[in-house]
Design a protein around this ligand. Structure first.
Ligand SMILES: Nc1ncnc2c1ncn2[C@@H]1O[C@H](COP(=O)(O)OP(=O)(O)OP(=O)(O)O)[C@@H](O)[C@H]1O
Ligand SMILES: [Mg+2]
Length: 224
């Protein structure tokens, strides 16, 4: 006899009546809510821990094209991403200016920033009706004497002006509970502006798409 059946028998309970009671009192619904909230809390804590672990990590001189390529490779194998839709159906355009300068940075942090942006772009595209014009993400790299610029642009649904003003707020999300913690962009903003002396901004048009820009100072005067 299963443990459940034994427990029901011990307490002289009927399985069907028990289920009816749980349903009527919406206890099954509440348990599911607790489970989803627990998973969400675990993701929030996980995000924060992985962020705090990265504090004080070593800075090295990196090429943004290599960092961007690594983030794109990670994105294409990301379980969550490939689960919600097929990342391979999105055209990835690498529009890299030649001879990007070296940037002094915590490589894994900047890779995380690019990954967050690419994941958001892919999720935004995935949230739209699939027969929309060819989905694409452009990863653009540019530089001048003092700065390296990285942009991630998508042709997803875009966002309202109101949302655009809130995207860098911690915990701001439009995703379902359990799907998004609303920390990706706030953590990215912190990494870029506070830890790397850079700037981060967004422009977006409803129905047309979104473009996030990250500007980093060229580090240590090291040029290729
Ligand atoms: N490329 C984009 N297109 C449209 N909306 C976007 C885009 N990127 C971000 N957003 C909006 O900004 C919100 C915040 O993004 P953020 O990455 O901080 O959190 P999230 O993606 O919701 O959750 P997670 O913590 O898993 O990253 C998103 O919920 C979405 O509404
Ligand atoms: Mg995100």
């Amino acid at each position: 006899m299963s443990a459940n059946a034994q427990a029901l028998k011990n307490h002289k309970l009927d399985a069907q009546a028990m289920q009816g009671y749980l349903k009527e009192r919406k206890i099954d619904f509440m348990l599911e809510g607790i489970k989803v909230s627990g998973e969400r809390a675990a993701r929030v804590v996980g995000n924060m821990l992985s962020f705090s672990n990265r504090q004080g990590m070593e800075r090295t001189t990196c090429k943004l094209d290599e960092v961007a390529d690594d983030a794109l490779a990670l994105a294409s194998t990301d379980y969550d991403l490939t689960r919600s839709y097929d990342f391979k159906t999105i055209q990835i355009i690498r529009d890299y200016q030649k001879e990007m300068p070296m940037v002094l940075c915590v490589r894994s942090d900047i890779e995380q920033v690019v990954l967050n942006l690419v994941m958001n772009a892919a999720q935004a595209i995935g949230s739209t009706i699939r027969d929309v014009a060819a989905p694409r993400i452009v990863v653009r790299l540019r530089h001048d004497d003092d700065h390296a610029l990285l942009e991630v642009e998508d042709n997803g649904p875009g966002m309202t002006a109101l949302n655009m003003h809130r995207v860098f707020e911690p915990f701001f999300t439009t995703k379902e509970p359990g799907e998004g913690t609303g920390l990706g962009l706030s953590v990215s903003y912190f990494i870029v502006t506070k830890n790397h002396g850079g700037t981060m901004s967004v422009r977006s048009k409803l129905g047309e798409g979104t473009c996030f820009s990250v500007q980093l100072p060229v580090g240590g005067g090291v040029k290729e």
